[in-house]
Design a protein around this ligand. Structure first.
Ligand code: ADP
Ligand code: MG
Length: 627
């Protein structure tokens, strides 16, 4: 409980006790009124102040004003009728505050549990000093390339590569994956994971501010600032609702008595004013105002617990309307770890061809490049590699020991004017040309990720109508992958810009405005597509920065099944938001009608309001939990 919550609770208890005590005190008249003003002031002063400030800032029609008018009105009525019954006004204020208190606890709790989930920020990094002692330093001060020591039980503070030791890492906070990941020398590790068993020496590859932890925290912080349509709905709703309610209350207070008066009957001013005041108390739209942002907040929190970072509630809402999911192939549906399955050189030995190709790919981040470097481990020899030029969707050209070497697909061979030939094997074919003369090709092949087929099936099950794959690879490879995974459509041989125009075509053929198109990619050559789609999902927060910038949703690990999880979470969240909207508005309207006809009194009104709010808040918190 925060300090403010404690003080508020104390105010509620003191005012309650005072009111109860006064009930037994036999005083009347002005003294009685003055005494009762004490608990009223204690419990309600902040509401009164807020209402007053609202009037001063010319934005008066909020719930504070509604409460103020209602309770001051009830007090005035008690004075006017000389009934001396001030308890009702105080009770209304008291219960209103109980509701407010409960709500602030609920909001605080979900915020805190999200913060705890996201409590991945390390407070220090250990550096070994010259005499072998460990020194704790601020992670911000650690330079790239420093060797840091991570002890068992500590969080990895900065992204890096293990240079000594073996251990298991708990990645649950980032990916939702409960099985620890074994790491040993040479493995890349990301910040935010917990080191479970052994001491690790890690050479940092990024600064703290660029590390996974910092980026994730930034995403989460920004998320709350992007409002969804449902949230804007409240703002619009309030603009119409509050004046309508205040107008109706005024009408209720004055019209019936005036009509009765004109009809020559007893007007009963007190009764009608009381009904109007009750009407005002009932009308407070607290449940609506609180539960909708809270639901989104909980949904985003629940998703991040599963390793899905949603950059804002509007994206969660759009994702829930997903009807078409478009995937990139390499690195998204397939592992992006290619194995060399054949080498077919022309006039040179195989080893030399592989060696040349690996050299050309030295600086590329494309999965093909890292696979070639892995296939030719002693790639970093003293050959010179200069003028490296990467042509997206084609391949790479570089000058190796003075010769211009091109490595890529048939399109690239045509560009450099080499007489290339087809290969009888299926797989991704990397053709190599030296100074424009064809030198042979390397056949590499990729495997689909273990969960890809399951992910496609799960998406279909949750209501996605079409799954489509786009790839720059050849038709043969694309179609074998599509058949294996059960995709509906596939487009192959696409350059990065073709992917954008293909997605634009797909966006045009959408059946309805609300049938959203989701694009999932790893960000390598497809960042523009990520930003063009209704929702861009980037794979692997450890992946490219461009992808994380361009995407609306980031999956912490590379598991395509997480997309299906994200869709499920978003649908559940939106279902709950709608439930709350209808529930709150429904109960409100029913109570308003009862109040207008004098069936409901203020006690009833306040219980209904607080009750609806508590139920709506509890319902909202369900968004945090998904199977
Ligand atoms: P995908 O759509 O499968 O993710 P890309 O658009 O990244 O593929 O690349 C399409 C094709 O371009 C690859 O299949 C490959 O033939 C060629 N290519 C792209 N980058 C490289 C590279 N770094 N080295 C060799 N070939 C490449
Ligand atoms: Mg790709």
């Amino acid at each position: 409980m925060s300090r403010k919550q404690k003080i508020d609770l104390a105010r509620i208890l003191i005012a309650g006790a005072l009111t109860a005590a006064l009930h037994f005190l036999p005083v009347t008249g002005a003294l009685r009124f003055a005494l009762y003003m004490l608990p009223y002031g204690i419990v309600g002063y902040d509401v009164l102040c807020k209402a007053f400030r609202g009037i001063k800032n010319r934005q008066p029609l909020d719930e504070s004003l509604l409460m103020t008018v209602a309770t001051v009105g009830a007090l005035a009525l008690a004075l006017y009728e000389k009934s001396g019954d001030y308890v009702e006004a105080i009770a209304v204020m008291l219960f209103y505050q109980v509701g407010e208190w409960f709500q602030s606890c609920a909001v605080g709790k979900s915020r805190r549990s999200i913060a705890a989930l996201m409590d991945i920020a390390p407070d220090h990094a250990n550096i070994e000093t010259e005499n072998g002692q460990l020194e704790q330093v601020d992670p911000d001060d650690v330079e790239v390339g420093t060797v840091i020591v991570i002890q068992p039980g500590e969080r990895v503070p900065i992204d890096g590569v293990v240079v000594g030791g073996t251990s298991a890492l708990d990645t649950a906070a980032l990916t939702g994956e409960s099985v620890p990941r074994d790491v040993s020398e040479g493995d890349e590790i990301v910040s935010g994971c917990i080191n479970l068993s052994g001491v690790l020496h890690v050479r940092t590859t990024k600064e703290f501010g660029e590390s996974t932890v910092s980026r994730v925290l930034e995403l989460i912080e920004d998320a709350s600032s992007r409002k969804s349509r449902s949230e804007n709905f409240i703002t619009k709703f309030a603009r119409v609702y509050t004046p309508a309610v205040v107008g109706s209350a005024l009408a209720l207070a004055f019209l019936p008595p005036v009509i009765l008066l004109l009809a020559g009957r007893e007007p009963g001013w007190g009764t009608w004013i009381y009904r109007a005041l009750t009407f005002l108390v009932i009308s407070c739209p607290c449940a609506l105002v609180v539960s909708i942002p809270l639901s989104f907040f909980a949904g985003i929190g629940g998703a991040s617990r599963q390793g899905v970072l949603v950059k804002g509630s509007s994206y969660l809402e759009t994702l829930s309307e997903a009807k078409t999911v478009v995937f990139d192939k390499t690195g998204t549906l397939t592992k992006g770890v290619f194995e060399v399955t054949a080498i077919h050189p022309d006039n040179m030995d195989s080893e030399h061809l592989l060696h040349l190709a690996a050299h050309v790919e030295r600086y590329s981040v494309h999965p093909i490049a890292s696979s070639l470097r892995a296939a030719y481990p002693n790639e970093a020899d003293d050959c010179t590699v200069e003028n490296v030029e990467e042509l997206a969707g084609h391949g790479v050209i570089a000058r190796v020991n003075g010769d211009s070497v091109a490595v890529g697909n048939g399109r690239l061979m045509e560009k450099v004017g080499a007489q290339w030939r087809e290969c009888h094997r299926t797989g991704t074919i990397l053709h190599v040309a030296i100074n424009g003369d064809y030198a042979g090709h390397i056949v590499i092949s990729d495997v689909v990720k273990p969960h890809s087929a399951q992910a496609i099936a799960a998406l279909k099950k949750s209501g996605v109508e079409q799954t489509i794959m786009l790839t720059g690879d050849t038709k043969a490879v694309a179609e074998s992958v599509a058949a294996e995974l059960g995709l509906d459509r596939v487009y192959s041989g696409l350059l990065p810009q073709d992917k954008v125009s293909q997605v634009e075509k797909l966006l045009e053929e959408k059946s309805a405005e609300r049938a959203r198109l989701v694009f999932v990619g790893d960000g390598i050559n497809d960042a523009p597509v990520l930003s063009r789609a209704d929702i861009g999902v980037a794979m692997g927060a450890m992946g490219s920065d461009a992808a994380i910038e361009a995407a609306d949703i980031v999956l912490m690990d590379d598991d395509p099944l997480k997309i299906a999880t994200a869709v499920r979470i978003s649908r559940k969240c939106l279902r709950i938001v709608k439930e709350n909207i209808w529930f709150a508005i429904g109960v409100k309207l029913a109570c308003l009608v009862l109040g207008a006809f004098g069936v409901a009194n203020m006690w009833f009104a306040i219980f209904a309001d607080v009750g609806v709010m508590i139920l709506a808040v509890l319902n909202a918190i369900r968004c945090m939990f998904v199977k």
